[in-house]
Every structure is written in C-alpha cells, then in structure tokens.
Design a protein around this ligand. Structure first.
Ligand SMILES: [Zn+2]
Length: 285
C-alpha cells in the first residue's frame, strides 16, 4: 500500500505537470496542437527517463554501489573490455517487492547506469550474473535507450494524429450530449484516456515486437561479451518462474516483450555449439 501511495503521488506530480502543459498547448494552438503535443510528450518522457534513476527509483527502493570485489571485478573487467566507462555497478533491494531476478540499464547521459537487483545476486551463479550483465551492457553499447526514444517519438506522433482525428469525430457526434465544449475543455480528459487506452491496446504486438527485438540483440551481445551460454540458460530457467517458457510463435509475437525462454536457451546453446573450443581444456602442454 505504501508503494502504491508513493506511485500515486509521483503520478499526480508528473501527470499534473503533463496535463497543464498539454492543455496549455491545445488552447494556444487549437489547429496544430497534436504536433506540439507530441513534442511536449517526448520532452517530458525524456525528462522522466533522465531523472528516474536518481530521483524516482530511490523513492521505492534503496540503490547502493555494489562493493563485493568477487562480483564487481569480473563485471568491471567485462565493462572495460567492451569500452564502457563504468567504475561502479549498482545494487537494488528489489527483494522488498519480489523474488524475481532482474537487472537493468536506466537513465541516459550522465545518469545512465547498470543496476543488478539483490535477487539476482543472491540466487544467481557467478556465470549467470556475468551472462545477465553482458546482456545489460548490450543495451548500453547498442544505444537501446536512444533508439527507444526514436521509436516512441514515431508512436507518439501517430498516436496524437489519431487522437486529434478521433476526438473531433467523437465530439462532433456526442460532444453536446456529453457537455464537452471542445478539445481544450478539461471535461475531455476521460475520453482522451479511453481513446489512448484503445490505441496502446491495439499497438501491443508492435510495441512488444520492438522491445523483443532489442532484447534479442542484447542477448546476442551479452553471450559474445560474457562467453557464458550456460549462465544465460540458467538465467532463462530462473525467469521461467514468471514467464511461460515455450509459447507458440503467434503467442510470442503478440504477448512477449522478451524472446521466450525456449528461444533464448536455443540461441545460447547454438552459440556454445559453434564455440566449443572455448569449453574444452587445452591439449597443449
Ligand atoms: Zn534486456
């Protein structure tokens, strides 16, 4: 309940700011508000992503620099080998909310950082932790946060164009009965939420396909960087606690924002099969 309440407060502050800005735009430029609304939305999204690791995540969880050299040394070595200017790895007490293992890359520019959660540290083998860190470094090196911005900018512009069209259509039809005096009337807010929900619901497979593609790229990068295909497979089995391991292809395409466990393990084992010389002891003495 405490976390829900904090989430509500964050939503009121950021959502309130967003609503004020958007209604300001709609009232000032009544014909091209959808273009300027898109710009305001992407700027606010970027602002939120920028401040999240430093100002929002700590509201819910304690984030501390990890200082166990047995774990950090191999990770920082992998970071140096991959040209990542990191001298710290962060740990988050996610066990407050869940037993799920996870790690992430968050923020951008100066606030970008790699964080492991304590479930991963407690439950994962060293090979598994390295495989997961290789994956997160993949997100970092392949600039996935910036590519996500570009992708979401397109989604948001299309969304605002459709919002303008559907709002005009609804208001022409029912505006009088619903007593909404126009797009700049705050009474339009519930209708905007309804139309927005429909838009993002219909877009589910496309949003998931985008995320799943970047996650697959991070998997490939991670296995090459960490050379821990067995660790990757262990992590995938752990993730199977809350993700269905072996969905059908259509189910995976619609619902999965990561490759299925089965596909991830298959990919890791294929990599291992092609690199067996790394795993057999050297014959030369
Ligand atoms: Zn990922």
């Amino acid at each position: 309940m405490g976390d829900q309440f904090k989430g509500l407060l964050v939503g009121i502050v950021l959502g309130g700011l967003f609503a004020v800005l958007l209604f300001g735009v709609v009232r000032r430029v009544p014909r091209t508000w959808w273009i300027w609304g898109s710009v305001v939305s992407i700027v606010l999204l970027a602002f939120t992503v920028l401040i999240a690791p430093v100002y929002i995540v700590p509201i819910f969880n304690k984030v501390t620099p990890l200082d166990d050299p047995k774990i950090t040394e191999p990770i920082l070595s992998m970071a140096r080998a991959n040209g990542i200017p990191a001298d710290k790895v962060y740990e988050m007490d996610a066990s407050r909310q869940t037993t799920r293992m996870s790690a992430n890359v968050s923020g951008f520019g100066q606030t970008m950082r790699i964080t492991l959660n304590d479930n991963l540290l407690r439950r994962g083998s060293p090979e598994e932790i390295q495989a997961v860190m290789g994956h997160e470094m993949g997100h970092y090196v392949l600039h996935h946060i910036y590519k996500d911005f570009l992708f979401f900018f397109v989604v948001i512009v299309v969304g605002f164009a459709l919002l303008r069209w559907s709002l005009d259509w609804c208001l022409a039809r029912w505006g009088e009965r619903w007593q909404i005096r126009g797009v700049g009337d705050t009474a339009v807010t519930p209708l905007v939420f309804l139309l927005g929900s429909v838009f993002f619901f219909v877009l589910t497979p496309i949003l998931n396909a985008h995320t799943r593609t970047t996650e697959f790229e991070a998997d490939m990068y991670g296995i090459n960087a960490s050379r821990q295909p067995d660790g990757e497979a262990q992590a995938d089995i752990h993730l199977g606690e809350y993700r269905k391991m072996s969905p059908g292809p259509i189910e995976e395409w619609i619902f999965f924002d990561h490759p299925s466990g089965r596909n991830r393990i298959y990919t890791a084992m294929r990599w291992k099969a092609e690199n067996l010389q790394l795993f057999t002891p050297s014959q030369t003495r």
